[in-house]
Ligand binder design. Structure first.
Ligand SMILES: *Cc1c(COP(=O)(O)O)cnc(C)c1O
Length: 217
């Protein structure tokens, strides 16, 4: 990560490492905590619940998988950020639950940059732009940035184009909405985090490269 940042003329401190602990047992989370990791990501809220209840208060837990509306209550109670908002309905469901417990939360808007139907996220920059006014007025949510999963391909050029598209969308939205706290680009996983950092990622989401291969589902 440091090398990729330096190559791109960026300071290594400008990129945060998220440990993605899906499928890993709680002992792995505890070990990661002991070596200094504080930012964790999970893609299923029920799995996150059993693993993260009672962790020290200095941990930051982000939901990075698709959030179903009927799980909004649990997400509102458990996580510090939902990175995978791709519908204003989900944002409103989260808002209702947050208001009920007097909390605020950071969110990212997810863009599907791969065109793969299996991936979640807004289907296009236009769809994301169209939803922004509705979501940005929701009082319990702060839109901190954008998130994407690059296409699953060996073609490094296609991966780079996806990251570049997300970075340029963030720049556009920052210029159009200076009142919003937009700053974060969550992009890059074990196989492509270096490209993501070169293209401006502020947060990379790493599972396999930290913890080894996950068991097949
Ligand atoms: C699993 C997952 C990751 C981590 O993937 P690795 O390739 O194991 O690093 C990152 N982001 C999301 C959204 C994931 O679901």
């Amino acid at each position: 990560m440091d090398e990729a940042a330096r190559r791109a003329g960026r300071s290594p401190e400008s990129v945060r490492l998220m440990a993605v602990t899906k499928t890993q047992p709680r002992v792995v989370v505890e070990a990661a905590y002991r070596v200094g990791l504080r930012l964790f990501g999970e893609n299923r809220i029920l799995e996150a619940e059993e693993k993260f209840r009672g962790l020290p208060g200095d941990c930051e837990l982000h939901m990075i998988g698709h959030l179903q509306r009927n799980k909004a209550k649990l997400a509102a109670e458990l996580v510090t950020c939902v990175q995978s908002i791709d519908k204003s309905e989900t944002a409103r469901a989260l808002d209702a639950r947050l208001l009920a417990i007097g909390r605020r939360m950071a969110i990212f808007l997810e863009l599907n940059t791969s065109g793969e139907a299996s991936k979640s996220g807004f289907a296009s920059p236009e769809a994301l732009r169209a939803a922004l006014p509705e979501i940005s007025v929701i009082s319990s949510l702060e839109i901190r940035g954008l998130m994407t999963i690059a296409p699953l391909t060996e073609d490094a050029g296609a991966v780079r184009r996806a990251f570049r598209a997300l970075a340029s969308l963030l720049e556009e939205l920052k210029a159009a909405h200076p009142e919003l706290p937009l700053a974060e680009l969550s992009m890059g996983m074990s196989g492509d985090f270096e490209i993501a950092i070169e293209e401006g990622a502020t947060l990379v989401r790493i599972g396999t490269a930290l913890f080894g291969e996950r068991p097949a589902p």
